[in-house]
Design a protein around this ligand. Structure first.
Ligand SMILES: [Ca+2]
Ligand SMILES: [Ca+2]
Length: 160
C-alpha cells in the first residue's frame, strides 16, 4: 500500500513538471467551446463549454467588461457570444456610438442571434447587412427575448 502511494506521488510530480505543455491545450479549447468571448473590435478571447464558465472568465478579466451577450436561440438559450471591451461602459446618452462591430461573421455569428441582452449601460441597434447597411432596428434596445423579424438576421450592430 505504501509503495503504491509513493508511486502515485511520483507520477503527480512528473505531470506537474510538464506545466510547459499547458498553453498548447488552450487552442483546441477556443475552437470547440460553445460559449465564446470577444472584443467588440473583432478579437476572439476564449471559448468555454458552458455559459457559466464564460461568465466566470469575463468576471475574472480585470478592466474588461461585457457589453452585449448574443444567444443563438430565442429565450436567451443556445450557444452564446459575449462581446465586451476594456474601454469601459457605454455612455448614458444614445446620441453617440460607443462601440460597433461591422460584421458578426467575424465570430461566425452572421444572421444567427435569436435573442440578446446588453450590459453596462449599453443599448444596441442591429442591422440586416454588414457594415450597418440595410434595414435597422427602429431604436436602441437593451434586450430582446425573441427577435421575431430579426431572428437569425442581425449582421452588424452598434452600441450606445
Ligand atoms: Ca439562431
Ligand atoms: Ca442580415
Amino acid at each position: 500500500m505504501l509503495r503504491k502511494l509513493a508511486y502515485v506521488g511520483v507520477a503527480a510530480a512528473t505531470f506537474g513538471g510538464m506545466a510547459v505543455a499547458a498553453p498548447a491545450q488552450a487552442a483546441p479549447d477556443r475552437a470547440v467551446g460553445a460559449h465564446c468571448i470577444g472584443d467588440t473590435d473583432g478579437r476572439l478571447l476564449s471559448c468555454h463549454a458552458t455559459q457559466a464558465e464564460a461568465q466566470r472568465a469575463t468576471d475574472g478579466m480585470r478592466g474588461w467588461i461585457p457589453l452585449v451577450i448574443f444567444y443563438d436561440r430565442t429565450g436567451y438559450s443556445g450557444k452564446t457570444l459575449t462581446l465586451g471591451h476594456a474601454n469601459g461602459a457605454c455612455t448614458t446618452t444614445t446620441r453617440d456610438v460607443d462601440y460597433a462591430l461591422p460584421n458578426l461573421g467575424t465570430y461566425g455569428w452572421n444572421n444567427r442571434a435569436g435573442s440578446f441582452v446588453t450590459r453596462n449601460r449599453c443599448d444596441m441597434k442591429g442591422y440586416d447587412g454588414t457594415s450597418f447597411r440595410g434595414d435597422a432596428f427602429r431604436g436602441w434596445v437593451d434586450h430582446d427575448i425573441k427577435l421575431v423579424r430579426w431572428n437569425n438576421d442581425i449582421s452588424s450592430f452598434r452600441l450606445s
